[in-house]
Write a protein that binds this ligand. Sequence first.
Ligand code: ZN
Length: 225
Amino acid sequence: MTNRFVEAEDDDSNIVELPARWEHVAPRHIAPAELERFERHLAEILDALGMDLDTPGTRDTPRRFLQALVDSTSGYDGDAKIRTAFPAERPDGVSGRHSQVVEGPIAFFSLCEHHALPFHGVAYVAYVPGREILGISKLTRLVRLYARRFTVQERLGEQIADALVDLVEPQGVAVHLDAAHLCTQMRGVNEESSRTVTTFWRGRYDDDADLRRDFLDEVRSRRSS
Ligand code: ZN
């Protein structure tokens, strides 16, 4: 008998804790007095850059900007819902060669740690299951957990791949990220159309060229549809 993890978020009667070693859930707390101080700093900077803060539209901009930064980096808070899953029993047991599970496109938005400007795009995540399957919505949560931080595309892909390995001990993991980086697009260099594409392999994908090709074919067909 094999346990498989499936989505059942409305039913908490049969909750299972997944291994927690890979991610620490620790919501950030910023004291109200600190927030007010940060807002004053932001107002000073925006003013110096040329923003007129004395209009109905901009009076609250420092507060909104700060809140937008907090929201955009909520990945640092962790995501307790990834650590829990619900087991379901597969009546026929599991045997033989599993095919890969591919999810995507999963839209993501990050802030690059070099400029604190957005990079955003789509992720495709695949794995060849071992004994457990993670619900599809958990894959989306996993991408957002690491995307909503100050990061770089390389680390983002590595973290998603490693977390998936830790979570369900699959036979292999593939992560494909395709993103546009505003820090290169917004600032003079004329690169409006440039994309950065990175792919990460773990386990069976490392030494199975057919599996890698199947994954990339699947990504390509989803991109063009
Ligand atoms: Zn940058």
